[in-house]
Each structure stands twice: as C-alpha cells, then as structure tokens.
Design a protein around this ligand. Structure first.
Ligand SMILES: [Zn+2]
Length: 193
C-alpha cells in the first residue's frame, strides 16, 4: 500500500505546484487588462465633451466601443431597473454628459427628486442637446428622448414636471456621465443667480 500511495502523493504535489504557478501567472497577466477596462473611454474614439459634430456609427461599431450596459440602453432602447442608478439620489453640482458620446445633456441645477426611480431633470442644457421622437410602444403614447449628437436612447420626457418648464426628463442613469463643477464655476454661477 505504502508503495502505491507515495507516487500518488508526489504526483498530486507536482500537479498542485503546477496549478499554483499557473494561477499566479494568470493573475499577473490579467492586471493590465483590468486597468484598461476601468477607463472605459479608451476604446471609444467618438467620445468627446467638446466636439459637437454628429456621430454616425453602425450598431456593430457601437457594440465594440460601448460597455455592454451602456450599449443595451443607448442602442437597444433598454431601460435600467428603477432605483438602481447611482445618480437617482445624487446632489453634486456639475454637468451630466451622454455616456456614449460625451455630449453635454443636463446641468445639476435642473435635476429634481421625482420619486419615479430614475434620475429626473426639468430642462436640458440646450435645445439641440436632445432629440424628441414619438414612442407608441408598450401600449403608451410617450415622447422618447435621444442624445442630440449620437442619437443614443436616453429615456422619455413627460409633462408632469415642476416649474418653470413643467417637464420631467426621466433618464436612464447608465447612459449618463457626470463631471463635478470646479469651485470657481460654482461661485460664478451662484453670483449670477
Ligand atoms: Zn450621445
């Protein structure tokens, strides 16, 4: 029996050691790709917060440059589950951009707590920043909102918002990027008001 067990234990040890070695190799090699995944804009050549020219990519091209969750909402008109967005209860001062192309969409001072479960605004940053399209899907008459630069699906706009516009832009947080206002800008804006 002893003679049989020893070679078996030895071979198990060799296998285990080889396995550990493989594991540490794969950990090392996975490090650079993890860093690349965190900065999701690296892959997206059309993303710009300054370039206002229209973006026209095919669905195949979008699929390559967008994270899966952004692609699902922006290009397949998906809807995130309510109360899941980090922007739903979010009160930082700054600007919201399209997560697909970087187009400025909303200022934080037009954001309000609608209680509907999605980030809500009463006014876009400019007239051209959003495109409006009738949406008669799912047995409802609604107005779809799309990004004015890349036509990403953002959400819908309803006429039950607060003054001064009376509008409620109900937007999927997944397709929003946020940038905090600089201290100087904040002071300038408060003086202006
Ligand atoms: Zn866009």
């Amino acid at each position: 029996m002893k003679i049989m067990i020893r070679p078996l234990l030895l071979s198990m040890f060799v296998l285990l050691a080889a396995g550990l070695q493989q594991c540490s190799y794969s950990q090392n090699s996975s490090k650079p790709s993890k860093v690349a995944m965190d900065s999701k804009k690296d892959n997206n050549p059309v993303y710009s917060r300054k370039d206002t020219s229209r973006v026209n990519l095919t669905d195949e091209q979008w699929k390559k440059v967008l994270p899966a969750d952004v692609y699902y909402i922006a290009r397949q008109k998906g809807t995130e589950r309510p109360w899941t967005s980090k922007f739903e209860k979010f009160e930082e001062v700054g600007t919201y951009y399209c997560a697909a192309c970087g187009n400025p969409l909303f200022k934080s001072n037009t954001k309000f707590d609608s209680g509907c479960g999605w980030p809500s605004f009463y006014e876009p940053i400019s007239k051209g920043s959003i495109i409006y399209t009738p949406d008669n899907s799912v047995g409802m008459q609604r107005t779809e909102t799309q990004c004015g630069r890349c036509k990403a699906h953002l959400g819908h706009v309803f006429e039950d918002g607060p003054p001064p516009t009376g509008l409620r832009y109900c937007i999927n947080g997944v397709v929003l990027d946020f940038e905090k206002a600089k201290e100087a800008e904040r002071k300038f804006n408060s003086k202006e008001e």
